[in-house]
Design a protein around this ligand. Structure first.
Ligand SMILES: [Ca+2]
Ligand SMILES: [Ca+2]
Length: 387
């Protein structure tokens, strides 16, 4: 027998693989069915050349620990569309001025359940997504990959301002200026603690990678956390819906649903229920789950479709009665909102809200070129009108 000496090139290759293996450690990888980018079988792609079947088909979600931090990776069914060279329909603004991270057609939310205790955590999805998260996967952290992260973050803060304000007003019949300012601080803190809007994003073919700080997650993603992943179409020109989710789900730049084939909405047939959630794809544990989940809602009772997550270790959540809860967990369990009644299901009041800090944020967004002058004017007018 002749023993082959490994060539220098092969050795170099092995060493490279080893060293890059040391640099990037896969934390988990989850696959979704292909060609199921049709909601629960009910949504049709709009009639426009830059949104075609397969574009928003989620195929895989994974995360890696790299030398420069934690990176999540989503793989789609088709190459991700670049905003370069596109202009908005209204005002003909270059799309890559608004969407600066190399993509513009979709939002991808990752809701992370870290404790895996049923009902412990949040069940509300981002407003406008038209779904909730299954309470077996109640989440602690939410990553919102969206083409306009800064304006989305502001929208979410304004949304929570109005939710908190409506709560307080309902409780005591009036809200003082000081209370409004305190509310604003509270919603800002809540958004910071629970939500992350990636701004370090790389697009390459069908893959999109986004960095998520370990400090935000409070640790490194593990096989025992569960991940609920929801894909929606992005409507970049929705800033005028700021903080006001409409019943059609037009909020947080989520593309809505409408009868027939349209250019800016997911289409449904005339015999399809108009309450169909605007979710085009989700990470499902098996091919049957998606249609079942997205069809299970009740618009009269206000019950939204509850999307489950997937745990890489395949384990089910523990019932809160079966585990020793920490004081912090016991306190959180008490404040968890039942599915369908959380902020996502509530339409906030459009009454007076704290304005100065929000106006400052708006000015900043305009200065940085993250919103257009027209959007700025519209938003400013709205905020001032509500004083
Ligand atoms: Ca899919
Ligand atoms: Ca949880």
């Amino acid at each position: 027998m002749v023993k082959h000496k490994p060539s220098a090139a092969l050795l170099a290759g092995v060493l490279l693989a080893l060293s890059s293996g040391a640099r990037a450690q896969q934390l988990f990888s989850l696959e979704d069915a292909r060609s199921d980018d049709d909601g629960g079988g009910l949504l049709l792609y709009p009639n426009r050349p830059d949104l075609q079947k397969g574009d928003l088909d989620l195929v895989r979600v994974s995360a890696e620990q790299r030398s420069d931090g934690i990176w999540f990776v989503a793989e789609m069914g088709q190459p991700i569309r670049s905003p370069e060279g596109k202009v908005t329909e209204v005002g003909l603004v270059p799309v890559d001025r608004l969407a600066r991270n190399g993509f513009y057609t979709f939002n991808l939310d990752v809701y992370v359940d870290q404790d895996r205790i049923a009902g412990l955590g949040q069940t509300d999805a981002i407003p406008g997504r038209g779904v909730t998260i299954d309470r077996q996967f109640a989440w602690e952290k939410c990553i919102v990959l969206t083409p306009r992260p800064d304006i989305a973050r502001t929208m979410l803060q304004l949304y929570y301002d109005s939710v908190f304000e409506a709560d307080l007003r309902a409780k005591q019949g009036k809200v003082s200026k000081q209370e409004l300012e305190a509310l604003e601080k509270r919603s800002e803190a809540q958004v910071d603690e629970r939500y992350f809007f990636p701004n370090k994003v790389r697009v390459s073919g069908r893959r999109i990678e986004f960095q998520v700080p370990g400090e935000f997650l409070g640790g490194t993603p593990t096989q025992s956390w569960a991940y609920t992943v929801v894909v929606t179409g992005a409507n970049l020109e929705q800033a005028s819906f700021l903080g006001k989710p409409s019943p059609a789900g037009a909020a947080m730049m989520t593309m809505g649903v409408g009868t027939g084939i349209r250019s800016d909405l997911w289409g449904i047939r005339s015999d399809t229920d108009p309450g169909t959630p605007p979710v085009i794809d989700l990470l499902a544990p098996d091919p049957q789950t998606q249609a079942k989940v997205l069809g299970d809602y009740d618009t009269v009772a206000g019950r939204l479709a509850a999307v489950p997550g997937v745990a890489p270790d395949g384990k089910a959540a523990l019932p809160p009665t079966g585990v020793q809860l920490t004081m912090e967990q016991a306190a959180r369990l008490g404040e968890t909102t039942p599915a369908g009644t959380g902020p996502a299901a509530t339409l906030p009041s459009t009454e007076r809200r704290a304005a100065p800090a929000r106006l400052r944020t708006l000015n900043q967004l305009l200065e940085e070129g993250l919103i257009t002058q027209a959007e700025y004017d519209e938003l400013r007018r709205k905020i001032l009108a509500e004083l």
